[in-house]
Design a protein around this ligand. Structure first.
Ligand SMILES: C[S@@+](CC[C@H](N)C(=O)[O-])C[C@H]1O[C@@H](n2cnc3c(N)ncnc32)[C@H](O)[C@@H]1O
Length: 257
């Protein structure tokens, strides 16, 4: 389909989102299937639609950003987090500063708060959770989930922190209140600093190598010395030392100076 270059420029002007930092083949395939399903014939027609129709715009952003998530996603890695990574971080700091960098609909930061209740009183837990997608953040703040996404939650935590409402499950206010949600574009915004742990999972797979390169540097700068970056299960860093990271556990990278 013609017109992708112009579409990227238009989307950037409209949203500040630079699609050229997302893997092109994958992005075009997804967009073109969406465009056809909407009965549109070109990127231009599609852009005219999202520019003039708020609902179509929100729908485009959600589609683009792929919000799939679940609690304790890849459970084995959360076990490693509990048994190895958090105890190691606690030797350095008594209170952990944590950022869930592409938090989607909230499953990841809420999993983190629940896990941390095994180590700290709730009042000492505070997590920053950010995503580019307003709609996802709104859903996260609502905290309502389908049963399927709860599958991996350890039974004690699930019983303690969820209430069944109709066919959904609502996360408790005490867990919710420990998370601060913020809109942030990882490809353009300034990163916050001073973290012991950054969780950035299942988003870098969508980005080009150049974009990832820049992000690893920025994540490194956002961590304290000895701080850890936790990535998704298909997102191992090829040469971590290039970014001053060492890999002691798979999917966890420690910053060194
Ligand atoms: C597949 S979800 C991953 C959610 C969660 N981290 C997990 O592993 O279950 C990817 C998330 O990345 C977000 N995202 C995509 N591009 C982004 C960007 N440039 N900046 C921040 N978040 C972005 C999407 O909105 C989406 O919520």
């Amino acid at each position: 389909m013609q017109g992708y270059e112009e579409f990227k420029r238009d989307v950037f002007k409209l949203t500040g989102l630079d699609l050229s930092l997302y893997k092109e083949k994958q992005m075009k395939r997804r967009l073109e299937s969406k465009i056809s399903r909407l009965g549109k014939k070109s990127y231009k027609e599609f852009f005219d639609l999202i520019k003039s129709d708020k609902k179509a715009f929100d729908d485009f952003m959600s589609y683009l950003t792929i919000n799939v998530s679940e609690f304790f996603r890849n459970y084995e890695q959360w076990v490693k987090l509990e048994k190895v990574v958090i105890p190691k971080l606690m030797k350095k700091s008594k209170e952990l500063k944590i950022w869930s960098a592409a938090c989607s609909t909230g499953e990841e930061p809420y999993s983190m708060v629940m896990l941390l209740t095994r180590f700290f009183p709730l009042s000492q837990i505070k997590i920053l959770a950010a995503d580019i997608d307003d709609e996802a953040i709104n859903q996260a703040k609502q905290g309502l989930y389908r049963e399927k996404s709860l599958d991996n939650i350890p039974r004690d935590l699930r019983e303690k922190y969820f209430e069944k409402i109709g066919s959904s499950y609502k996360i408790s206010e005490e867990i919710k209140s420990r998370v601060e949600f913020k809109k942030m574009n990882l490809l353009a915004d300034t990163y916050p600093t001073g973290f012991d742990l950054i969780v950035c999972r299942n988003v870098m797979i969508y980005f080009t190598d150049e974009a990832k390169d820049e992000m690893y540097r920025k994540f490194n700068a956002s961590l304290r010395d000895g701080g850890i970056l936790f990535v998704g299960s298909t997102e191992q860093i090829i040469s971590p030392s290039k970014y001053n990271f060492s890999s002691e556990e798979t999917f966890f990278y420690t910053k060194y100076l």
